[in-house]
Design a protein around this ligand. Structure first.
Ligand SMILES: Cc1cc2nc3c(=O)[nH]c(=O)nc-3n(C[C@H](O)[C@H](O)[C@H](O)COP(=O)(O)O)c2cc1C
Length: 318
């Protein structure tokens, strides 16, 4: 079954969960524009998540999803909440959804884990999940080590369920490339940061627009929690401490509350401006609808270009 049919959406475009940013407004805007909006639950109490779900439902009558981070201490409560609230789609990260899959699927929830490797994709498929988001290291936020270009075809070969590509996709060329690699849909994070509907502080959005291709870096490898964000005073200091083998407490102290600082206060020097390598391609703030419709139109054009170039090559060889 196609991703659009499975999820009940118009375009095969998912808005990636983004902690403290992908709240009801952004998720509803994406769903209203024909994609799948996803509410991030990172750091939320059950009550807070319930409020966001209700708010999202008041803003759209289309399907939307919820992302659960499975290292959250209140994971059992949140896992039950999505059932009670009749959420249609759950994406998961930071741990295995194993204990919840049966309960969710029995409630009609479509389960889509986000994975960074072929090995984990295989494991998830064996558990009977409905689809997989395979996310390359180009992505913003928590990342694995393999690039989207290398990861997607290998995951597509390894599993029979639909694969959704994430990491480094911000326009129709990226989307067409993902389809060519074997994905049936895309999950987009960074591009949606620079939208009118994104609730992040204006300075956060401008930092994404101003970023060039080499302006992101990955911190936290020494603690086993690699995170990609835009280079700034905080991340450079963090990297320095990592090089000096600083202890865990010192690093955690520096990073504490850093996403909030950037997202809510607009402190783009001392906060964590999580964004992917593709930020260099994001040049303006537009509406969510413009992102989705232009991405789809460009993908069609890019597909025709692939046919033209491969057609030409074929003519030259005969
Ligand atoms: C600011 C930010 C916060 C993120 N937070 C989460 C999160 O809470 N849960 C999650 O599964 N993924 C998270 N991600 C990853 C996105 O959902 C998405 O997979 C990723 O951004 C796709 O790559 P791209 O940034 O190159 O578009 C985050 C990404 C960003 C940029």
């Amino acid at each position: 079954m196609s991703i659009t049919k499975l999820l009940g959406i118009e375009y095969p475009i998912l808005q990636g969960a983004m902690a403290q940013i992908a709240l009801a407004e952004l998720a509803a805007a994406v769903s209203n524009a024909g994609g799948l909006g996803i509410i991030a639950s990172g750091g939320f109490s059950a009550e807070r998540l319930r409020e966001e779900i209700h708010k999202c439902r008041s803003l759209t009558d289309r399907p939307f999803g919820v992302n659960l981070m499975l290292m959250a201490p209140n994971r059992d409560e949140l896992a039950q909440l999505v059932v009670d609230e009749g959420v249609k789609v759950v994406t998961t990260g930071a741990g295995s959804p194993k204990n919840y899959i049966q309960m969710w699927q029995a409630a009609g929830i479509i389960v889509i884990p986000v994975v960074p490797s072929v090995q984990i994709a295989r494991k998830m498929a064996a558990l009977g999940v409905d689809a997989i988001v395979a996310e390359g290291t180009e992505a913003g936020g928590h990342v694995g080590e393999t690039t989207t270009m290398a990861l997607i075809p290998q995951v597509a070969d390894a599993v029979t369920i639909p694969v959704i590509a994430a990491g480094g996709i911000a326009d129709g060329r990226g989307m067409a490339a993902a389809f060519a690699l074997g994905a049936q849909g895309v999950q987009v994070g960074t591009r949606f940061l620079a939208t009118v509907e994104c609730p992040a502080h204006e300075r956060f959005k401008q930092a994404v627009v101003a970023a060039q291709d080499g302006d992101t870096l990955v911190t936290g490898r020494s603690l086993g929690v690699p995170v990609r964000s835009i280079k700034n005073k905080m991340t450079l200091e963090y990297m320095k401490l990592e090089r000096e083998n600083a202890d865990k407490d010192e690093l955690e102290l520096l990073a504490m509350g850093s996403l909030r600082k950037a997202v809510l206060e607009g402190d783009t020097e001392n906060g964590s401006v999580m964004a992917g390598q593709i930020a260099g391609l994001v040049r303006e703030i537009t509406t969510v609808r413009e992102v989705i419709t232009s991405m789809f139109a460009e993908a069609k054009y890019a597909g025709r270009e692939v046919s033209r170039l491969t057609g030409e090559a074929q003519q030259q060889t005969v």
